[in-house]
Design a protein around this ligand. Structure first.
Ligand code: PEP
Ligand code: MN
Length: 337
């Protein structure tokens, strides 16, 4: 971090800050220019709050020189992180497809979709047991019964299960029965929940909030990583002025995040577009943008789905999507970096 003083700063004022920083265990390098005076701070500057320093009237600017997300950023972790879970890998060249219904609705629905996506090449199974719905009158999910059906689907297919937690009160159940814990877009900045899931020894799939910046997503990931759990980031569309799609799928987030962070990044084109006919083109675009995986909503009867039927693809559409993704990945294999 660099502290820039105002040209009229007094020696005593500069010494005050110097001593303060030294007392915090930082190495202080002083640079005296023609009319600028700078302090370069080396060491663990993450706990320093620039806003507090800026309250000193004689300080002009405070410039962080490393990323504020120490654990999520590439500064301290240059290589890509590969997350292993239930015999599947994601990140660092390992591509994963997470597929399944928006919500777990019944045993027949969940098991039939689970078998289908498994046979068509999915690596993970998704299904919401606890649904955060915009309307309190909409289907809220089967809750614990839904978790139980996911457990059965996992036993039958062998696919690891991804499902969303909406409250820390269910942590024990998720710890026992879930392989990857999803934090939904609406909870991306629920810091107490992020801290709690971070303490479990399970990967966390963290979805980008609909109105969150990439840096806010990475800071949210930091909350989980502090607890020790690995994180997979998910771009799922953000809210813009465009109304033709449910959200605006920000695919530029993929290469931007990959530059800043070592964490795997996946894309959810189902929530990102809200329309099943857009799921395949945006899946292919996500692959071309460098995503480490996809999360796709699939339903056996999309027209009867209790949640997000309009954006759920049928098994046939999923089959074609998986085939085309494989072809595109093969074609991209020979490209230069
Ligand atoms: C979901 O994946 O089921 C979901 C609710 O997505 P999001 O949090 O991105 O809206
Ligand atoms: Mn959904």
């Amino acid at each position: 971090m660099i502290i820039v003083f105002r040209p009229d700063a007094q020696t005593a004022q500069i010494d005050l800050i110097k001593n303060m920083m030294t007392a915090k265990g930082l190495i202080v390098k002083e640079i005296q220019g023609a009319d600028t005076h700078l302090l370069g701070l080396l060491g663990d500057t993450f706990a320093l709050c620039p806003d507090l320093l800026l309250r000193y009237p004689f300080i002009e600017r405070v410039m962080p020189v490393s990323q504020p997300y120490k654990l999520a950023g590439r500064d301290f972790h240059p290589g890509d992180t590969v997350i292993e879970c239930g015999g599947q890998k994601i990140g660092g060249g390992h591509f994963a497809i997470i597929a399944g219904p928006c919500s777990v609705e019944s045993e027949e629905q969940m098991l039939s979709i689970a078998r289908e996506v498994k046979s068509l090449g999915a690596n993970f199974l998704r299904g919401g047991a606890f649904k955060p719905r915009s309307s309190p009158y909409a289907f809220q999910g089967l809750g614990q019964a839904g978790l139980n059906l996911l457990k059965i689907a996992r036993e039958i297919t062998g696919l690891p299960v991804v499902t969303e937690i909406i409250s820390a009160e269910y942590l024990d159940d998720f710890d026992k029965h879930v392989d990857i814990i999803q934090i939904g877009a609406r909870n991306m900045q629920n810091y107490p929940l992020l801290k709690e899931v971070g303490r479990l020894d399970k990967p966390v799939l963290l979805k980008r909030g609909p109105a969150s910046t990439i840096d806010e997503l990475l800071m949210a990931a930091e909350y989980v990583l502090i607890g020790g759990a690995p994180v997979i980031l998910c771009e799922r569309g953000i809210r813009t002025f465009e109304t033709a799609t449910r959200n605006t799928l920000d695919l530029s987030a993929v290469p931007v995040i990959k530059e800043k962070s070592h964490l795997p990044v996946i894309v959810d084109p189902s929530h990102g577009t809200g329309q099943r006919n857009l799921v395949e083109p945006m899946s292919l675009a996500a692959v071309a943008a460098g995503a480490d995986g996809l999360m796709i909503e699939v339903h056996n009867h999309p027209e009867q789905a209790l949640c997000d039927g309009g954006q759920s693809v049928s098994a046939d559409q999923f089959d074609r999507l998986v085939y085309n993704i494989r072809k595109l990945r093969e074609a991209l294999e020979g490209t230069r970096n």
